[in-house]
Each structure stands twice: as C-alpha cells, then as structure tokens.
Design a protein around this ligand. Sequence first.
Ligand code: NDP
Ligand SMILES: N[C@@H](CC=O)C(=O)O
Length: 376
Amino acid sequence: MRVLHVILFGVGGVGRALVRQMVEHRSLHALRYGLTLPIVALCDRDGAVVDETGIDDEALLQLVDFKAQGGRLANHPLGGPQGDPAGIVDIAGRDGTVVVDCTASEATVPALLLALERGYKIVLANKKPLTVDQEVYDRLAAAGATAGEEGGPAHPLTHHLGMSRWETTVGAGLPVIATLNRLVASGDEVSRIAGTFSGTLGYVMTGLQEGRRFSEIVREAHRLGYTEPDPRDDLGGIDVARKALILARGLGWRLDLADVQVTGLYPPEMDSLSVQEFLDALPQLDETFQRQVAEAAAQGQVLRYAATVEGQQCRVGPTLVSADSPLGRLRGTDNLVEFHTRWYHPNPLVIQGRGAGVDATAAGVLSDIVELAFTG
Ligand SMILES: NC(=O)C1=CN([C@@H]2O[C@H](COP(=O)(O)OP(=O)(O)OC[C@H]3O[C@@H](n4cnc5c(N)ncnc54)[C@H](OP(=O)(O)O)[C@@H]3O)[C@@H](O)[C@H]2O)C=CC1
Ligand SMILES: N[C@@H](CC=O)C(=O)O
C-alpha cells in the first residue's frame, strides 16, 4: 500500500469538506490506487491535533463537527495550542508527507518552505503564499521541478512538474491551472487569459440581475462559504487580482500583486470596519447597485466582474457586457476562463463551471493530493 501522510492547515469550510471526503473515499483510494492517506495533524489558527499514527476516522469526523460548531482545537480533549505551523511540520512530518494549506493566511509560508526543504510535498487552496514575493512563489513552485540544461536550476516553466500543486487557487475545482500548464508544456503561446474568476462576484452580479439586494446576496454568499473569510477580499477585487497574478506567474511573467490594476466594488472608508460591521453596513450600497443594474438592463447589458491577463499586465474590475454574451449568460457561482493562444485562435479554449463552493474545492484539493502521491 502506498502511504502519503497528510498535515492539514485550516479546518474551515474547505478543510472540513476535505476531511469528510478523505474519510468517505478511503476504500475507493485503497481499492483503486492502493493508496492510504492518514491525517497526522489537523491545525486551526491557534490549535492542533497531532497523531503520528494517523487520527482515526471517527475522531476526524467528530473534530470537523466540533470545528463546524465554532470549537477551537486548542480546547479539544485531543488537541492543544499551537502558534507555529512550521513547528507542526517539524514534529509531524516524515518522508512521504504532504502539507495541505486550506487557510487564507500568509502565516503558513515558513511551514510550506520547510516542508519542501525536507522533501515533502505541498498542496495549496490558499492563494496568499503564491502571491506574496516573487521569490517565495519561485521557491514554492520550483521544488522538485525538472532539472534545467546540464543539471542547472529548473526552468521556471517546469514548476508544475515538481512537488507542489495549487489547482484550486483559480476556479476552485475547475482545471484552470492544469490547462495553463498543459498549454505551456506544449510550447503553445498564450497571448491572453480573460473571463470572470470569482464565484462570489458571479453570484452577486447574477443575484443583482434577478432584482435582489446587494447586501442580502453578499451575506448569503458569505453564509454559503463562497466568500473569503473577509468578504472585502472578494468585493475589493484583491482575491481576483491574486488569481490573475497566479495565472500570470504561471506564464513565467515576473509581476507582483501591486502591479495588478484593481477596481473594487466598495468605498475605501469601509476598510476600517470589522467584518461584522462591514456586513451590517452593506445596505448603504444597495441603491447604487440597483441603479447601475437597472441602467445597464435598459441597454441590454449586465454587470460582471472581469479579469484580463495580457501583454505582461493584469487588470480586474467591474464591466458592462451584453446580456447575450458568454459572460452575460453566466449564472450563479460559475466562472469562465478563456485562453487565447497560437493554436486556440480565433476561438479560445474555454473552461466554465462552478468557481466556488467548499465541496467542489475540497474535491480539487483531494485530486491534487492523489496526483502527488504518484509524483516523484
Ligand atoms: N470557499 C471556496 O469556495 C474556495 C476557497 N478557496 C481557498 O481555500 C482557503 C480556505 O477557504 P475557506 O475554508 O472557505 O476559509 P475559512 O475561513 O472557512 O477557513 C480558514 C481556516 O484557516 C484557519 N487558519 C487561519 N490562519 C491559520 C494559521 N495561521 N494556521 C492554521 N490555520 C489557520 C482558520 O482557523 P480558525 O478555524 O481557527 O479560524 C480556519 O480553520 C482560502 O484560502 C480560500 O481562498 C479556494 C477556492 C474556493
Ligand atoms: N472567494 C473565492 C473562493 C475561491 O477562490 C471566490 O468567490 O471565487
């Protein structure tokens, strides 16, 4: 039996769905792939449960229920406090470990780098480590990638052949990163990537179209687990900017988050509020959006939050499109990603489907883990 030990950071919506799917599919993985995936550490922001023999399934299901009810692992009878994710990798890691990041925090970067230094593998649903410094991206992406000419450093565009996977960072479970990597590997020339990359903003824009209030839709998207922990990351455009940057870096472009042109959907004064205060203050934006959507509808147009990666530049922001265009016909959390390339011209290669949701995302993370079990 092939064994890959799992250290999981983040037991929020995605992390909990992942644990449930891992437990549910244990026999499928054993039968189909001869693979077993024991979870040896489960960590939230200040606590952890560690068991080097693998936390048993009954305890895992009990722990995710405990987390769903707002519990803290530091206070659980099986858990204890932790303030250093790298320390968890140090004590719980061993040969054949994968560190899975389902947080929305930069605090995991040292743990991820340590994991790679030790020869472990990493899977990220978290976009932040890939969108801080270029140097961090390079280190996270290049570990174990194919050697360059005459054994030199790996070429930046062989990243996806290494020990890291981050398929769900763009388009959740949709195969956006895999498609990009395949285009790059074939030598095709990608000239433009464009579309809508946010499940939350798709849900908000199409909800507005149906005549619903902005504040009500945003709160619903938050409750359903589509938004980032702080929904301003979605509404301010920074989450889409991170996705655009991950795609641009995947093309080998050397850009930083500050280089992405971002237009947000709420006024900067709302940045100083707490998340709850922000959610409570949303009704003050209802009328503006209602007016914008009505004016657009009168012209046969709808509002969408679009992203473009082209000519060494990334741009994200609201735009009006014809209600009858591919973007205009999108509904709910669906994303649409067009790759315009030398061989996909004039018609682009298009990926479309659910772009947020904890189960589809967790399934994408689990696929990355299974793929890495057979890599390297
Ligand atoms: N939801 C979705 O549809 C999608 C989400 N993603 C990405 O997946 C990630 C998780 O999203 P989601 O589950 O919705 O978010 P949640 O806010 O529900 O969960 C985040 C989890 O991370 C934990 N956490 C925060 N900081 C740390 C830390 N320093 N060390 C360990 N754990 C930490 C939190 O701990 P605590 O419980 O103590 O607060 C919480 O358990 C995000 O990066 C998001 O962008 C990607 C694609 C789609
Ligand atoms: N908040 C994000 C989740 C996926 O990355 C979104 O809504 O797209």
